[in-house]
Design a binder for this molecule. Structure first.
Ligand SMILES: Nc1nc2c(ncn2[C@@H]2O[C@H](COP(=O)(O)OP(=O)(O)OP(=O)(O)O)[C@@H](O)[C@H]2O)c(=O)[nH]1
Ligand SMILES: [Mg+2]
Length: 378
């Protein structure tokens, strides 16, 4: 830096060159946090505090020690789409993997407004009181558009959000459901390594996302409402068959009796369904998430489930199968993305689609042609 010395205005005239005080030009950056105009870049700049770069081992160490800042940074890396972040996240996960698997993973689904977030708040607070550490995650495939509905939930889950022993993470946004699922799964593993005992995963039950969340949870809970028909709730038999427990929420006030009646009805209907988990009979319950009623009973059901399935080996078997299925899903996702992004495919696909649509080319022939193009130049 050029050392331009200036005499300060208040220097005595007689001080001459030998005056001991010199004023130097300031550094042209907002190093004090106040933005300064950068002449070269022609814009205001604010110097940022640079966080020290950590190695994957240091990240893993921080997570294992329960450092929340590092936990957040690790999850941000897991959720990033930048190749260098993905590579680093994998390194960290490798370090963390031996410390994962010690939580109870609970998936919670139901139609919008059924009370999933409120239920999570109530159950979460109950678990904190019992001394558990709780992490709340979400899978919301629409969040790429809306920015993540659980963000609003953070204010809804007010009691939980305030507690140090609870960690709430909104749904990762962007990409396909497969991409969102991968990020949530890995986030779940990071949370386990950080010592969270219970992971609650919220997803809205109106599409594919509940099947995805089912495939990453040990216990799957379906929240329902009394009085609304099955069709109205968008609940298909298939979803009921995925559930390890069916809970009629909002069983309070005038709704208490209808909720009890709905419970009886569903209890009967469940006799005819395939059990979701081998050796476990799913039942229907009622609860009020706003009044914290029935929550302890549901936790007792979950604990009993864990005991029974651990004893029979189904618990471990499930997780193994889920991991293997996950590998297959990721391979599918990767191959599909290679295919869709292939320059030759991009070129020919619209025309082939048009021919299939117009009935000129049979679908099978179109697939064969596409695959030949893909394999030929892949
Ligand atoms: N009376 C009563 N109201 C409830 C209960 N649980 C939730 N609610 C209310 O139902 C509304 C929706 O609750 P949420 O928890 O946001 O529902 P959600 O299923 O998470 O909704 P989405 O995230 O939008 O899918 C809120 O106004 C809650 O206060 C309950 O047990 N009793
Ligand atoms: Mg919600």
């Amino acid at each position: 830096m050029e050392n331009k010395e200036k005499r300060p205005e208040w220097a005595p005239e007689e001080g001459g060159k030998g005056f001991a005080c010199r004023v130097m030009d300031g550094v042209e950056a907002g190093h004090d946090g106040i933005s300064t105009y950068d002449k070269k870049r022609k814009k205001a700049v604010t110097a940022r505090f640079k966080r020290p770069r950590l190695t994957p081992k240091q990240f893993a160490q921080g997570v294992l020690e329960g450092n929340r800042g590092i936990l957040g940074r690790t999850i941000t890396m897991v959720e990033s789409n930048l190749p260098e972040h993905t590579a680093q996240a994998q390194e960290i996960l490798k370090e963390l993997l031996p410390h994962t698997g010690n939580s109870m993973r609970i998936g919670i689904t139901g139609v919008p407004g059924v009370g999933k977030s409120t239920f999570i708040e109530s159950l979460g607070c109950y678990l904190l009181e019992k001394g558990f550490k709780v992490a709340v995650l979400a899978v919301d495939p629409s969040s790429s558009i809306s920015g993540g509905s659980i963000l609003g939930d953070k204010t809804r889950m007010e009691r939980l959000g305030r507690d140090e022993r609870c960690f709430i993470r909104p749904s990762p946004s962007g990409g396909t459901l497969g991409g969102v699922a991968r990020k949530t799964r890995e986030t779940m593993l990071v949370c386990e390594a950080a010592g969270f005992d219970v992971i609650l995963i919220e997803t809205v039950g109106v599409g594919q996302s509940e099947i995805t969340v089912r495939s990453m949870s040990d216990f799957f809970l379906l929240l329902m409402l009394a009085g609304a028909g099955d069709e109205l709730q968008g609940i298909k038999k298939g979803i009921m068959e995925l559930a390890d427990a069916l809970v009629i929420n909002k069983a309070d006030g005038d709704n208490k009796l209808p909720a009890e009646m709905a419970r009886n009805e569903y209890e009967r209907a469940m006799h005819y369904l395939q059990p979701s988990t081998e050796g476990w009979v799913s039942h229907a319950y009622t609860c009020s998430s706003t009044k914290d009623k029935g929550i302890a009973e549901i936790w007792h059901v979950i604990e009993t489930f864990k005991k029974i399935t651990t004893k029979s080996g189904v618990f471990e078997q499930h997780r193994k199968e889920q991991n293997i299925k996950w590998v297959h899903e990721m391979v599918d996702e990767h191959l599909r993305s290679l295919f869709i992004k292939h320059p030759e495919i991009i070129k020919v696909l619209p025309e082939i689609e048009k021919d299939v649509g117009d009935g000129i080319t049979p679908a099978v022939a179109a697939v064969q042609k596409l695959l030949r193009i893909f394999e030929g130049s892949a």
